[in-house]
Design a protein around this ligand. Sequence first.
Ligand SMILES: [Zn+2]
Length: 150
Amino acid sequence: MAAVAAWLPFARAAAIGWVPVAQQPMPPPPVNREHNRTDDLMKINVSGRRFETWRNTLEKYPDTLLGSNEKEFFYDEDAKEYFFDRDPDIFRNVLNYYRTGKLHYPKHECITAYDEELAFFGIMPDIIGDCCYEDYRDRKRENNERLLDD
Ligand SMILES: [Zn+2]
């Protein structure tokens, strides 16, 4: 019941703007929606930058740190949030992977830093999307050649 109620405000918000009000098939917002929303909404603090997502979103990939119970080691009881002392810029890509099922490689990031963040969160780089895979592979090769030169 809570899970159903939780998405309704968002379904409503998405409908506003393209469905005329009179034709809206959406039900009214639940009375205690604040309560339902906090049930499933997770707060994730990455080096001071706050991210929020639904628990269900993370549980899509149970073999990863955020999708498994391992994340409970990072839960801060006082702040009621998960705290990670990691790079918040790269974390954006990690979190988007859970949302979209596609992992993107931010071309401006150092490939070693990116790989380290993926490893920390238990995500395999071989699932990088086709849109970014070539960039990732090229940078990886350049980096390996550079290391051999040294
Ligand atoms: Zn991409």
